[in-house]
Ligand binder design. Structure first.
Ligand SMILES: [Zn+2]
Length: 405
């Protein structure tokens, strides 16, 4: 694997920022924050539900092309812009996910109220995509020549059931050439995510014969069995250390109020700082489902066909952690010191999970500005502070890529 060196020190960031090419890029950022915000609005207003990112991707491609980058769309749907360095074998990859958690029917038009922009997806990940576009333009304007190749990618499949297929394809493609991966997700620049949380997502379906609510009364009911299982599992002890969580997120079943349903299903998200704990919770979940079915069968008054259970994986994310002494983290810290930005280390489940799980240096950070209400219809974004966020990404990228005289 390519290694990152030398370490960017606090002083060297100051030196870097003073170099004429670099200063030109920073100056472009200072003057063009409103332009970046306009691109964010245009990107956000193109719906991009999971598995339907293509239209937004096409638009991102035209934005990259307009800045003079080489752009292609890979077969997974990732939009990839490359800026070759003198060393083609060493790559700094920055990604921002194109997809949102919202179905195509959701109104994604952006409402502006003074500095506040409101729309589903405006921050997650409108802020990340806008940062990529701003970075592409600032690097072009700077005319800086780097040692490492810089790759910017709008990737697919980060949210929901996408199972990180976009970043998986990028990491597979660039492989051992990756010196560092930076995932830009959301707005906040007060954190650096260095630890990837492991997760497992499953859909559990319980099926039975079904029947008429009156004439077949007493037959085992899949919805009731599922409800028993959910209550059982919710009583299971989930540890604080390693920090772990579960969520029953979507529940479906039945066809009418006067029919005993033939099936019922629930989608469950299990997470932990440790992969082993996710496995423990998965086993406990399956036990709870078995118990729920057993209880429902023994409560049945009519001796019917037994209920059947099936479990479908909706995707899993591996865990991983960036070492505290990583040059990638040092660089971010030194850039933060130079810009007067305070940030803390965090754990989360993001695109960075994939490179981290393979030992490739990776972090997830925000693109700048403020945001809230992520994954809700009342999501908002405020561009105050965006300038610092963009400069932070610009300086970190250039420091990592190395400047050619
Ligand atoms: Zn996101």
């Amino acid at each position: 694997m390519v290694t990152l060196s030398p370490r960017a020190t606090d002083d060297s960031i100051e030196q870097l920022a003073k170099m004429p090419d670099c200063a030109r890029g920073l100056d472009w950022i200072t003057k063009n924050v409103p332009w970046v915000t306009d691109q964010q609005v245009r990107l956000t207003e193109i719906p991009a539900p999971e598995f339907n990112e293509a239209r937004r991707g096409e638009f991102l491609k035209t934005l990259f092309e307009a800045t003079g980058w080489q752009v292609r769309i890979d077969k997974t749907g990732n939009v990839i812009a490359e800026r070759p360095g003198t060393d083609a074998k060493s790559v700094i990859l920055l990604v921002a996910h194109l997809d949102t958690v919202f179905p195509a029917s959701v109104d994604v038009r952006v409402k502006r109220d003074a500095n506040r922009l409101s729309a589903p997806g405006i921050a997650d990940n409108g802020a990340g995509l806008a940062a990529l576009v701003g970075l592409a333009r600032a690097l072009s304007e700077s005319r800086i020549r780097t040692t490492k190749t810089i790759v910017l990618a709008g990737d697919v499949g980060e949210e929901g059931e996408g199972n990180l297929r976009g970043i998986r394809a990028l990491v597979e493609n660039y492989g051992s050439r990756l010196a560092a991966v930076i995932a830009i997700d959301g707005a906040s620049i007060e954190h650096i995510t260095t630890q990837g949380i492991a997760s497992q997502r499953v859909e559990i379906t319980i099926a039975g014969a079904g029947g008429h609510s009156w004439s077949d009364f007493g037959a085992p009911n899949p919805i009731t069995a599922l409800a028993r299982a959910i209550v059982k599992f919710s009583a299971v002890n989930v540890p604080d250390n390693p920090r772990s969580s579960f969520n029953f997120g979507v529940i479906e079943g039945g066809t009418s109020v006067n029919s005993i349903p033939a099936s019922a299903s629930v989608k469950v998200d299990l997470r932990s700082e440790q992969e082993a704990q996710v496995k423990i919770m998965e086993t406990a979940l399956r036990d709870a489902v078995d118990t729920g079915i057993k209880e429902e069968m023994s409560a049945a008054r009519v001796n019917n066909d037994p209920l059947k259970v099936s479990v479908r994986s909706l995707g899993s994310r591996p865990a991983g952690k960036l070492p505290d002494d990583s040059p990638l983290l040092d660089t971010f810290r030194n850039v933060d010191a130079f810009l007067g930005n305070r940030s803390r280390l965090e754990r989360s489940s993001t695109d960075a999970n994939i490179p981290l799980s393979l030992g490739i240096p990776a972090v997830s950070v925000g693109g700048g500005g403020k945001g809230g209400g992520s994954h809700t219809l009342t999501e908002w974004y405020d561009a105050s502070g965006r300038e610092t966020g963009l400069k932070r990404l610009f300086l970190t990228t250039v420091a990592l890529a190395g400047v050619q005289p």
